[in-house]
Design a protein around this ligand. Sequence first.
Ligand SMILES: Nc1nc2c(ncn2[C@@H]2O[C@H](COP(=O)(O)OP(=O)(O)OP(=O)(O)O)[C@@H](O)[C@H]2O)c(=O)[nH]1
Ligand SMILES: [Mg+2]
Length: 692
Amino acid sequence: MTKDDLTTTRNIGIAAHIDAGKTTTTERILYYSGRVHRMGEVDNGTTQMDWMEQEQERGITITSAATYCTWNGHSINIIDTPGHVDFTVEVERSLRVLDGMVAIFCAVGGVQPQSETVWRQADRYTIPRIAFINKMDRTGADFFHVLDRIRTRLGANPVVLNFPIGAEDTFSGIVDIIRQAGFTYADDEGSKIKQIPVPEHLRATLEDMRATLFEALSDVDDGIADKYLNDATADITEEQIHTALRKATIGNKIVPVLCGSSLKNKGVQKLLDAIVAYLPSPLDVPAVQGIDPKTDETTERKADAGEHTAALAFKIAHDPHVGHLTYIRVYSGCIKSGAKVFNVNKNTKERVTRILRMHANHREQLEELSAGQLGAVVGLKITTTGDTLCSENKKILLENISFPEPVISVAIEPKSVAEMEKMAKSLETLGSEDPTFRVSINEDTGQTIISGMGELHLEIITDRLFREFGVQGKVGRPMVAYKETITRKTRSEGKYIHQTGGRGQYGHVVLEMEPLDPGAGFVWETKVGTVRVPREYWPEARTGVEESLTSGPLAGYPVIDIKVTLVDGSVHEEDSIALAYRIAASIAVRDGMDKARPMLKEPIMNVEIVTPDNCMGDVINDINQRRGRPTSMEPGRGNVQVVRAMIPLSELFGYATDLRSRTQGRATYTMEFAEYREVPEDMQDVLLGKTA
Ligand SMILES: Nc1nc2c(ncn2[C@@H]2O[C@H](COP(=O)(O)OP(=O)(O)OP(=O)(O)O)[C@@H](O)[C@H]2O)c(=O)[nH]1
Ligand SMILES: [Mg+2]
C-alpha cells in the first residue's frame, strides 16, 4: 500500500443501542456503494451482515461482522457491531482496532443506555466519530431533541451538518447546512436525489445551524474565526469548511451530526460522504504504542508498510469453509501469505497460510495485508484474541484487549457419557472465539458450568452448541456468578519443604493481602529484596497466588478486588526450586484468606426503565422489593418517566415478564453490568447454607 492508498483508507465501526439501525444502515452503505445489488433487510432475514442463523431468526446482531466497500475513490473497511449489552465485547474489540466510528441514534429513543456505553468506550480510545440520527420516519421522531440529549447526556459537542425536512410520515429529505440546499428523493430506493431550494420555513433554522457550525470551527481555524467575527461568513468557502471540519472531528473537538432513515433509504449517501470527508485515515491517527519486550520501554510503530511489522489479533472465528480464522489489524509493516509471523504473547512463530478480506461470511483472497489494513488470516493455531504479531527481529508488545468478567452461569449436561467429549471440545472452540465466555467444572457435582455476560449470551451459546456442533444435552436454570473478596488486610506465610532422598525442594514466601475497591480486579506487587527471594522465583510466586485465587475459601468462587504483595521469604542454598515457591505462595494465600474475613460479592446491574407516568409508583416499589436502589428519575418524551436504578442481578431473573404484567406491557427496560458488590451478611449466610 502506498501513502496515497492509506490516505484514502477508512477503518470504521458502526455502534449504537440495540435496534438503532446499524445493520440496516450498513446494508444501505453496501448497496449505494455498489458492493451488493440487492438491499438486505433485517426484518426478513436477508441481510449480508447478520449471516448467522441465530441472527436472522432473531433480527439482532450477535457477532461483529466486517465488510468492505468503496466510495468517492476511498476504500472503507466497516465493522457492524451488535447493540445488545451481552455482546458489548464485540464493540470493545472493534473499537480497539478502528480509526473512526459512526454512532447511530434512534430519532425516537434518543440517547439510549447502550448508546451511552459505546460512546464512553469510544471516549476511552479517543476515537473520532460521526453521529447519525436514524429512523426520522418513525412516529415520535424528533431530531432536535436527540441533538440536545447528545449534548447533555453524552457531554459531546455536536455540530449539525444536515437536518430533516419534515418528520415521521412527512419526512421527505434533508437540508444540507454546508451547501445551503435541500435534497429530496425522487424514488423509493433513494438513488435519485433531487436538489431543491431550502424550504422557506426552514431558512431560520439553517441560519442558526450555520452560525453554530462557524462558531465551532472558529476554535480550530483562524481564517474561519476571522470571517465569523467580522460578519463575513459569506466569504467562507465549502473547501475551507470541509478542511476545518475534518481537523476538528479528528481532533475529537466536535461530532458532526447527520440524519436520515436507513429503512426508507434516505440520508445514507450523505453519511458516506461524511465518513470519507471527516473520519481519519490510518495516517491521521497517532502511531500505535507498545512495549519493547527486551527493555520494557515504550516504543511505537508508524502506519508505514516499510516499517517493521506490528499487528493485533482482535477476533477469532470458525468459518465452516476455511476453518479457524484470525482477524487482525496491521499497524505497520506487512504480513504476507505463506510467511511466518512472531507472536509476542506466546513467544513463538506461526505461519500464515492464507489472507482473506471478509465480507460478512464471504471472503476474497489477498496476497498481503499492510499497514493500516484489516483482514482475516488462516493458519494461526495458537494465537488468541489480543495477541501481538510482529517481526521476530524487532519485537513490540501492543496493549492487550481487556474483557469484562462473566456475571451469569448455567449448568449444561450432555445426554450421555458419550456426548461428554464432543461437548467439551465444542465448548473449547466456542470459548476460543469469545473471551467473555468461560467453561468450568463444579468440583462438588462434577457438572459443566458455562458462564457469560447475560441470559441471551448463554442462550445463543447453548443454541449453537446444540445446532451447529450437534451436541445433545440439556441446560439448567441461569445462576448468578458470585465472586469472593477479602475485607481485612493480613500477612501470611507459606513454606514448602520437601525432603526425598536426593535433592530437596525448598520454597518460602511471606505475602500481604489487602482488599481493593470494586472493579480493581487483581493487583500484584513485589516488595522484597533479591537476596531474600531471588527474582527468578517472583513470577512463580505470582502464578501460585493467581492459581489459588481462582477458587475462594467460602464457596470456591473466584477471588477479586484484592492486592497481594510479596514482602518477604527466604532461600535455601541448594534446595530452592521454582515449583516450591509456587506451592509456598498458594499455601500462604490459603492461610491468609481465613484471617482476611472473606465475603461473597454479587453482580449489580445498572437498570434503565422507561415506564408510563401512572405505573411509576408501582415500578419503584418493585425496585425496592428487589433490593434495588433508584438512582435517578426524569421525565421522558410523552407521558413516560425514565427511572434508573441499581439492582442485584440475582433479583432480576424473570423481570421482563414481571414488568410487563405490572404495566400492561407498556414499560421497557435495559440493563448492563455495573459492579460487584458485597452480599448482605444475612443473605450470605443463606447462600452458604449457614442458616435455614
Ligand atoms: N422506521 C424505521 N425502522 C428502521 C430504520 N432503520 C432500521 N429500522 C428497523 O429497526 C429494526 C432494527 O434494525 P437493525 O438494523 O437490525 O438494528 P441494529 O442496530 O443493527 O440492531 P442490533 O444489531 O440488534 O443491535 C429493524 O426492524 C429495522 O427494519 C429506520 O430508518 N426507520
Ligand atoms: Mg445489527
